[in-house]
Design a protein around this ligand. Sequence first.
Ligand SMILES: [Zn+2]
Length: 340
Amino acid sequence: MSKWSWLLGLAALLIVAAFIAGMKVGSASSVASIMAQTADAAPPSAKSIDKPTPALPTPTQTPVIIAPATTATPAATATPAAPAGEVKIEKYYGTVFNNGPKSAKLVALTFDDGPSAAYNQRFVETLQKEKATATFFMIGTSVMQNPGLVKNTADAGCEIGLHSMTHPNPAHTTTEKMLKEITGECELIQGITGQRPHLYRPPYGAITRAEREIGQQNQFVLVNWSIDTRDWTAKASAESVHAAVMKQLHPGAIILMHEIKAHTLEALPRIISDIRAHGYEFVTVSKLLEEAAIAPPEAMSNGGGAMNEPAPAAPQAIPIGDLKGMMNTQNSKTAKKANP
Ligand SMILES: [Zn+2]
């Protein structure tokens, strides 16, 4: 290599280095300009505060540099669309439901107080055989004893809801204890199934203000029922359970049963085939609520006050006086003397 060509090479290298340095300065200044624009775009006027500006990067995020791939769709990350199969019931957190909309012939079977080592698997097998689905509101202590049954129930396409860790009466339990009862069981079930439960059925159907607050703040919908099969009573039989369902059957029904009862298991195939013969389809409670979310308001009214209005949009607003209206009278009576 000659002396001249060596010098030419060095000069070329210096030009390239200067060019790169210039680019870096340029990109840094454009980030600074975006940050300045963001600050300018949000003057402290009432109008601009009301209007959400999710698309603009905030100075602390600086996603332009760190993760350019995620900045391509900022709107999508701000308001994520639920993936296929995921239920969009967020608007109902903290709200109490006794049934779904009357606009479609959908019914939700629910089974409380499991998983039962004696019966759970047979309930799930019956549902699979009859091509039906259901929602199981399980007790945490039984979940701990039978995690395999919980997984099996979820794998069979059934929904798992919360029913507290130890089944205390919420009306006689402190808020702190209920919070642990509900969130503790939620973590437990999520650890087993990989899916976070979004439904909570209070023991005894007893809805307190504390439970609604817990639901609102921790993302749970409160679910009671519109048809009580009274399968928990001493006099119950397969016939009485079946008769109770068929007598009260209505679109959007949430049917209360227990998976710890032999007569309920015995009645189940007939209950499924007779409900289906009336033109109904079986759905999980979440699916029913998803249906409620898209139903027109008039379809939600059932005249009996059992269908409850969704909670106000503001998460902190919990009308105390509304509590009585959130439960139908049937459930109130049941809560006093029953053991659902
Ligand atoms: Zn129960």
